[in-house]
Ligand binder design. Structure first.
Ligand code: ADP
Length: 456
């Protein structure tokens, strides 16, 4: 059996619920109207009997009826019986059996040949232990008639009501589900056309569907970024690896044919080694960038001492300490990913050495102001012409390829910038050809970082 859609199910449930409510309402109305009808009859009987009692004068050993006495009024028959229960005046209703024993001032239901009667008796004492009974009789409200009338109304009105409820529910449900249809249509279109640029863009709001659409849009955004990063990685890797691979291939072929001495072979091996290092550096940087772009490698932010991190990077890398001059105050705390921040620092210092003078210096300083934490890496090297300063942050951009023969691929600064942004910071550059360059990392001051590191 074909599964019912949620819309149909909801419409069905709503209609069923309304049907149940209508039936309950009907039952409630029925019981209320029965009660009301019965109480109205009792009060009618009491009133008529009481007004007749007011018209009876039973003083002086006999009784006399006033002019307003009425044997039959408002459906109530009033009868007068002797002490010995013989009918003295009035007419017994046709279907009332008349065998009911007398009980003073008790209103009761008495079954008769046809239907039921409400009966009340009042004893009026007279002289010498004599007296008369006044009996009021009223036909009890017919239950079955009431029920029949109500069911008749229900029978005619209910189908209309249910049809109306079903239609109304369907229209409401359909309208409420319209955004979901839109979301599904867009998701299908994106899937079929592999068009990751499309978005749902549901009108702004805060209901469940808007939140769902926003989540989907975010998801599509991430998918798109991830997809683009992967595409970029494949394109960059295949393009950039081609050169070192063909150099290695050519070197091997040449060596096989022409390298005769051990020195020649050693030279070829060194060259292959350099190219392999270049490839390895390229692949690891490309991978880091791709993962950061894709969001698969998320940053593990923690409060850390930036000075300590700088010292440990310099120690681990074994830089020439005569040429590297550090100005690092104690306890400058940043919220950062230690691995990524170390990578950024390494790239800047290595560039400073690489593009510095052969016996030149590299100055690394750290300072903290109210607004930011500033890391400066300065060299006295070749510098960068003003027109190139914007471009060097792009992937694979190299000002002068001949200087990058030591293994650079033009990815370092792109990665540096990406890491800076990931930490909520940015990079700046001041440089003059032949005088040197100063690369600066600006990081925001995290308010709670110092407190949290002190606790640790
Ligand atoms: P790579 O160093 O691998 O070529 P980078 O992305 O680190 O790639 O740098 C891009 C380019 O910017 C370099 O090729 C170089 O031309 C220039 N550059 C980077 N750092 C410096 C520096 N300290 N001094 C002069 N030029 C630099």
């Amino acid at each position: 059996m074909k599964k019912l859609s949620v819309k149909t199910k909801l419409t069905g449930w709503l209609t069923l619920l309304m049907l149940l409510l209508a039936s309950l309402l009907l039952a409630f109305l029925l019981s209320i109207s029965r009660k009301v009808a019965f109480e109205t009859a009792i009060s009618q009987l009491s009133q008529v009997v009481q007004s007749n009692l007011d018209q009876i004068d039973a003083s002086g050993g006999r009784f006399e009826l006033g002019s307003d006495f009425s044997f039959y009024r408002n459906g109530v028959s009033t009868l007068i019986y002797s002490q010995k229960e013989a009918l003295l005046a009035g007419q017994i209703p046709v279907f009332f059996a008349g065998e009911e024993a007398f009980r003073d001032r008790i209103i009761r239901k008495v079954p008769a040949e046809k239907g039921q009667y409400l009966v009340v008796d009042v004893w009026i004492p007279m002289e010498r232990e004599n007296g008369i009974w006044v009996r009021g009789i009223l036909e009890a409200p017919e239950n079955t008639l009431l029920v029949r009338n109500l069911f008749l109304v229900a029978f005619i009105a209910l189908p209309f009501f249910i049809a109306l409820v079903a239609l109304g529910s369907y229209l409401i449900v359909k309208r409420a589900f319209r955004p979901l249809d839109h979301i599904t249509e867009t998701a299908v279109a994106i899937n079929e056309a592999k068009d990751l640029f499309r978005r749902i863009h549901l009108s702004s709001g805060s209901d469940e569907f808007c939140r769902l659409a926003d989540t989907f849009d975010e998801l599509f955004g991430r998918l798109e970024r991830s997809f683009e990063a992967e595409k970029q990685f494949a394109a960059d890797a295949s393009h950039e690896l081609r050169t070192p691979v063909s150099i290695i291939k050519g070197a091997c072929e040449y060596a096989e044919k022409y390298d005769e001495t051990a020195e020649e072979r050693q030279e070829t091996i060194s060259m292959i080694h350099r190219q392999a290092l270049k490839m390895s550096d390229l692949i690891s940087k490309l991978l880091s960038m791709t993962r950061l772009e894709q969001g698969t490698e998320s940053a593990h932010m923690e409060a850390l001492d930036f000075g300590e991190l700088l010292h440990s990077v310099c120690e681990a890398q074994g830089y020439d300490r005569d040429r590297l001059l550090l100005t690092i105050p104690e306890q400058i705390i940043v919220m950062a990913d230690s691995v990524l921040l170390s990578q950024l620092v390494r790239n800047l210092i290595e560039n400073a050495f690489k593009y510095g003078k052969s016996e030149g210096h590299v100055w690394v300083s750290l300072e903290k102001s109210e607004k930011e934490i500033l890391l400066r890496v300065r060299d006295d090297g070749i510098g960068i012409p003003a027109e190139e300063q914007e471009k060097i942050w792009k992937r694979f951009y190299q000002v002068d390829v001949s200087h990058s023969k030591e293994g650079g691929a033009g990815l370092g600064l792109a990665l540096v910038q990406q890491i800076a942004r990931l930490h909520g910071g940015y990079m700046t550059l001041e440089s003059e050809p032949d005088s040197g360059s100063t690369f600066a990392l600006h990081l925001p001051v995290a308010e709670k970082t110092e407190e949290s590191i002190k606790k640790n």
